[in-house]
Design a binder for this molecule. Structure first.
Ligand SMILES: [Zn+2]
Length: 426
């Protein structure tokens, strides 16, 4: 079905317009018309009656780790009493266990769990230390199979030695160069975090990185990351990146919890994208980003879940309902970010690619842009979508994936899990 209409809906881009009793017309993957349902009465185009449901733009998850999608139920192999031990005894051990098959099925599973929650674009941060080369191509294959857009990168760290760093760097640069203007998948430069990158490695990265290749790095997630930078004589993790010439307006800084005043100044001055991950931060007990000091940010899930609206709900509740500009955080700034890489996507607008998250929520009370956010928190509640559409293709509808045989895929995922978990405990 390439030409169809969605009628009888509450339609909003989340920040600039909201229309009741609306219809969206989709033709050849693009939104061709948005108007009142009455205007379309005589059309003979196939029409799906949404019965008053709330339609949102396709959602962005700007920081995810699809490699962790099959970790549920895994026991850490040692203590997890601080952030470093959580990494060593769970995540780093898992990523060293991944091979081509488990990378693919982790990505497939994580993508399915995202599509169900209306996510149509994902920025992924990948690690598989014993299967570095070609890993981003494998993940790309999963994105293509499910139909989601994204940016992929490999999180470089020193923990496997110098030879491995070179491999990890090449994996990032090769992928980025080969996917420059790709309409579905592009690359960026993944860095794990300051505290797993030596002075020598950052110097190497500075020399090798093409000037216009953006970085995506965990920054000040735990106190240890901040302290590492202080011990080397920097004013903090953002300052260290800046001193190595790696901080630009295009940089993605993830977490930004443990920072110095100098770091905040640099963020204010350079305006990189800051991505906060409230559920992950709570889970790792590392604190929370200061939203008084950093007012422009977007929300990611950091591998915890595919549910980005659920993450916003957590964020809202953690801050006791006191967050400024929630619609900018949830819709406006993610739309700007998506457009930077995919210029004809990221907006619920005529002429743009049709990426839509159609909620199951049918508002019965007054709804307008002023109260939309509360309809999301109390009405949508971070529940699974009714439909998810990416590039005009219905990926998910009424609890069922539409472009793949989910039962067949789950069988393959379970096979991959059995092998992965066995190897993890060996
Ligand atoms: Zn992360």
């Amino acid at each position: 079905m390439t030409n169809f209409m969605l009628s009888n809906a509450v339609i909003t881009d989340g920040f600039s317009f909201l229309m009741q009793n609306g219809t969206i017309e989709i033709e050849n993957n693009r939104i061709t018309k948005i108007g009142k349902s009455d205007e379309f009465r005589n059309s003979d185009v196939e029409t799906i009656d949404l019965q008053g449901r709330l339609v949102l733009p396709g959602l962005l998850n700007p920081h995810h780790h699809l490699y962790s999608a099959l970790a549920t139920g895994l026991a850490p192999i040692g203590p997890t009493s601080n952030f470093n031990l959580i990494l060593e005894n769970l995540w780093w051990h898992l990523d060293q266990t991944l091979d081509a098959e488990s990378i693919f099925y982790s990505a497939i599973h994580g993508l399915i769990q995202s599509v169900k929650y209306g996510v149509t674009t994902i920025f992924d941060h990948h690690a598989s230390m014993n299967a570095v080369r070609g890993s981003l191509e494998i993940i790309k294959k999963a994105f293509k199979e499910i139909g989601v857009k994204g940016l992929l990168c490999y999180e470089i760290s020193d923990r496997m030695g110098a030879d491995s760093v070179e491999n990890q760097l090449n994996e990032n640069i090769n992928f980025w160069e080969q996917h420059h203007d790709n309409r579905q998948i592009q690359g960026m430069l993944g860095l794990h975090a300051n505290f797993t990158l030596s002075e020598k490695t950052l110097a190497l990265i500075r020399t090798a990185k093409p000037a216009d290749m953006p970085i995506h790095i965990h920054c000040g997630e735990d106190r240890a990351d901040y302290q590492y930078c202080i011990d080397y004589g920097y004013a903090g993790p953002v300052h260290r990146l800046s001193e190595f010439g790696l901080l630009t307006k295009d940089s993605f800084l993830v977490h930004c919890i443990h920072l110095s005043e100098k770091d905040y100044e640099l963020i204010q001055e350079i305006q990189p994208t800051v991505i906060s991950n409230p559920e992950s931060n709570a889970n790792n007990n590392v604190g929370a980003m200061d939203i008084m000091k950093i007012q422009k940010y977007v929300l990611g899930t950091d591998g915890m879940t595919g549910n980005i609206l659920g993450t916003m709900r957590t964020h809202f509740l953690q801050r006791n309902g006191k967050i400024d500009n929630p619609l900018d955080v949830q819709f406006h700034w993610p739309a700007e970010l998506t457009k930077r890489f995919f210029p004809d996507a990221g907006a619920l607008k005529v002429g743009k690619r049709a990426d839509l998250a159609i909620t199951n929520y049918i508002p019965v009370t007054e709804i307008n842009l002023e109260n939309l956010f509360y309809h999301l928190i109390f009405g949508v509640q971070g529940q699974a979508m009714y439909m998810t559409i990416a590039d005009g293709i219905i990926l998910y509808k009424n609890n069922e994936l539409q472009t793949i045989d989910e039962q067949e895929v789950i069988k393959n995922v379970k096979d991959a899990v059995r092998k992965l978990h066995k190897k993890y405990y060996e």
